[in-house]
Design a protein around this ligand. Structure first.
Ligand code: C2E
Ligand code: MG
Ligand code: MG
Length: 723
């Protein structure tokens, strides 16, 4: 965070300095063309307001000056009148009630001057004489002396000349022609208004230009900056401000630009951080911090393309899978599982050089890309280093030690494939091989693996066809009670006769070849459903047609537990075929317990509640055995045929068979032995008090009609099988 804000402020100070420099250099240019100014509404409003104000002020002034002008004219008129009258007053007239102006002078005065009527008063306001037009103003008292009369049309004024004005002991009221004054006043007003308008226009133009230059231009400049910032806030196109930052608007622009810049920097920073986070989430595993599958594949592609120099190195691809990691997770909890995964990731990373890519590619899977050099020049060396670092010492989690084992598959680029997909797939194929061969080992990819994989794919295609073309069949093998000798059940076993062009017309594909393919592909679910339905229908038919009321045992794979709702299907089959639930037995191997144990227990309980019987097949060969037995609601243990086969010549196998029988009995379970081929096998089992038997000694698995023949012809005596 800190370095970013620092860099923001330093960048800003640089840009501010630049701006100052620019404006001080006087390179300011018109940002907005002059037309903008005349379009600006705000300019117009201000200008109009200013214009109106100037007009109003000037109108006020005009009003005053107009009066003054009129008064001035009047004074002038008074002066004309006075200077015309004074010389005519004859001071020699002693009679104060006689007119001092002679008739002839008066006539001349009236005809040659603007005076067109006069009234002469004595200083005591006695009217002495009037000449010319009659006057409106009459001097009645002293107050009348201060009056002036203006005719209605303004064409004449009647003025009072006092004794002081005349320097004569008379008061004269003169009517003066003022018809020229309105015209002069009008001309004066016109002229003044014109000047006013010109002045206003000049002032407002200057104002507009000044506003445009100092106000509008910077505002428009700022606006264009803000628009640019809002359109592209991350990368706003901001031109350096030509305006002096020391004035108010220049300062505001500088601050706005700073904010825009800061905003852009912040967005970039936030986006950068978000991108980093997204990148981390998309390409790294959160638990171990190692690259994930996506990054692993990218890195793989990169290695096959080579570096900048185009040089492509040989490298090994390692696929590693922790053995039985699911068990640890299920039994010890996810915290322990996670801690082990973190520990494995850490060990792998530190044991490999920097040039290697170590990634977590799946739940308990790791992938490594390791360039081969003179030090480590084979994929095998890399694999050994990997497996040894896991085996070297146990992992310590919550003060407990966990010995982790791993299966490893390796392939080499370009020896085992020249495209990234191929080398990775080949490492996976090798890994699968390592797992199939019993785990905790290294397998290097060879081309034979490929052929095996191809064959499996072919087998899968053929199996699908077989399903669709009804090439699958069920054979039945009887199960007998060892004490009574009676047939008490039958095991349904799948058969696949694949027609071909050979002279036999086809080949028999043994279950151990196609069942694993069906299980891996998920095809076992529909196949298993078909088996169960067909087996139940057969058992119901035996009872109906021949009165043979026996149990039918059906093999169920672990996948059928995890990939389908087996309980619902069993219920449906019981309902639809009409079989008695206790006459159906499901054989499961111990491998079902290695998946989700809670789910398995739950399913087995539900199945038991339906009323079907449950048997553990191939008992004694599995991984879990004894510890779980008590938890499961099972009815029967089926001793694996390998122990029976060897019981007579291998004391260990005999002991195991014996132990299984007594264990079963101690848990109140029936025990059945399969693979009973000989009388000796049977005798051994009779001695060990085994309950039931199944094997070639009594009958091989056979088609439905043969099975019916066997059951109906059997006399119920085990001795009848003695040769
Ligand atoms: P499994 O369930 O243990 O079946 C018993 C196998 O032992 C059968 O082999 C049977 O033919 C064979 N067998 C019976 N008695 C004798 C004997 O006295 N000597 C010898 N050597 N073998 C004997 P099969 O039919 O080849 O089946 C092999 C396995 O394939 C079965 O083992 C079972 O795990 C699986 N399988 C067969 N049918 C189905 C099925 O419908 N569904 C599933 N999921 N698995 C099936
Ligand atoms: Mg079986
Ligand atoms: Mg078996």
């Amino acid at each position: 965070m800190l370095p970013v804000s620092k860099s923001i402020s330093s960048e800003l100070s640089v840009s501010v300095k630049k701006n100052k420099q620019k404006s001080s250099e006087g390179t300011a240019h018109l940002i907005s063309p002059p037309t903008q100014i005349w379009k600006s509404r705000i300019s117009w409003r201000i200008t109009l307001a200013v214009f109106m104000t100037i007009l109003a002020v000037q109108a006020g002034i005009l009003n005053i000056t107009m009066n003054k002008f009129e008064m001035g004219r009047l004074d002038h008129l008074r002066e004309i009148g006075r200077s015309a009258i004074v010389p005519l007053i004859d001071l020699s007239v002693r009679n104060l009630l006689a007119s001092p102006i002679s008739e002839s002078d008066a006539t001349r005065l009236l005809s040659t001057t603007k005076v067109n009527g006069i009234a002469v008063y004595s200083s005591q306001l006695d009217l002495i004489k009037t000449y010319g037009e009659p006057l409106t103003l009459v001097m009645l008292d002293r107050e009348s002396l201060s009056k002036t009369h203006r005719s209605y049309d303004g064409g004449s004024y009647e003025l009072v000349f006092r004794a002081n004005d005349l320097n004569r002991p008379y008061i004269i009221v003169a009517r003066l022609d003022s018809s020229h004054i309105p015209g002069e006043l009008q001309a004066y007003v016109k002229e003044t208004i014109l000047i006013m308008l010109l002045m206003s226009a000049f002032v407002t133009t200057v104002l507009m230009i000044a506003m445009g230059r100092w106000l509008l231009e910077p505002i428009l400049f700022m606006r264009s900056n803000l628009i640019a910032a809002s359109e592209n806030p991350e990368n706003p196109k901001i031109t350096p401000s030509p305006f002096d930052p020391s004035d108010e608007i220049g300062g505001a622009i500088e601050i706005a630009q700073k904010l825009i810049q800061q905003n852009a920097d912040n967005i970039r920073h936030i986006r950068g951080a978000a991108e980093d986070k997204i990148h981390k989430l998309a390409y790294y595993d959160t638990l171990t911090g190692l690259p994930n599958q996506t990054l692993f594949l990218q890195s793989l592609t990169q290695h096959t393309v080579g570096g900048d120099d185009g040089k492509v190195d040989r490298f090994a691809v390692v696929a590693l899978d922790l053995d039985h990691f699911k068990d640890v997770n299920d039994s010890m909890g996810h915290n322990v599982g996670d801690a082990i995964l973190r520990g494995v990731g850490k060990r792998l990373r530190t044991s490999m050089p920097e040039s290697a890519t170590v990634s977590r590619t799946g739940e308990d899977e790791f992938g490594i890309i390791m360039p081969l050099s003179t030090d480590i020049n084979s994929a095998r060396d890399v694999a050994e280093r990997v497996i040894n670092v896991i085996r070297s010492e146990p992992f310590k989690v919550f003060n407990e030690q966990f010995q982790v084992r791993a299966s490893v598959g390796v392939s080499t680029f370009p020896d085992d494939g020249t495209d990234p997909d191929k080398v990775r797939k080949n490492a996976d194929i090798a890994l699968n091989r390592a797992k199939e061969e019993g785990r905790d080992r290294i397998k290097e990819y060879t081309e034979d693996f490929d052929n095996a994989v191809q064959q499996r794919f072919q087998m899968l295609r053929d199996l699908r066809d077989a399903m669709e073309n009804n090439q699958l069949d069920l054979h039945y093998q009887p199960q007998l009670d060892l004490r009574s000798g009676k047939v008490i059940g039958a095991e349904a076993l799948l058969r696949w006769w694949k027609p071909d062009n050979s002279k036999e017309g086809g080949t028999f594909i043994p279950p151990f070849e196609f069942i694993p393919v069906a299980e891996q592909s998920g095809l076992i679910v529909p196949i298993g459903e078909w088996v169960m339905r067909t087996a139940c229908e057969s058992a119901v038919g035996w009872k109906k047609e021949h009165g043979t009321d026996i149990r039918i045992a059906v093999n169920v794979s672990a996948n059928q537990f995890s990939q389908s709702d087996i309980c619902a299907f069993v219920q449906k089959t019981i309902r639809e075929t009409g079989i008695k639930p206790s006459r159906l037995e499901l054989e499961v191997t111990e491998s079902v317990f290695m998946d989700d144990i809670d789910h398995t227990v739950q399913t087995l309980k539900e199945l038991h509640a339906i009323g079907v019987e449950l048997a553990i097949d191939d008992f004694g060969t599995g991984y879990s055995s004894l510890s779980y037995l008590r938890q499961f609601p099972i009815d029967r243990l089926k001793i694996d045929q390998s122990f029976i086969r060897n019981a007579l010549n291998n004391p260990d196998d005999a002991a195991i068979a014996r132990t299984i029988v007594s264990l079963g009995h101690s848990l109140n379970l029936k025990v059945i032995a399969e693979g009973v081929e000989t009388k000796d096998h049977e005798s051994f089992l009779v001695k060990e008090e085994c309950d039931e038997v199944q094997g070639y000694r009594y009958a091989r698995p056979c088609p439905n009609e043969d099975f019916v023949k066997f059951v109906t012809s059997y006399n119920g005596k085990l001795s009848s099988f003695d040769k």
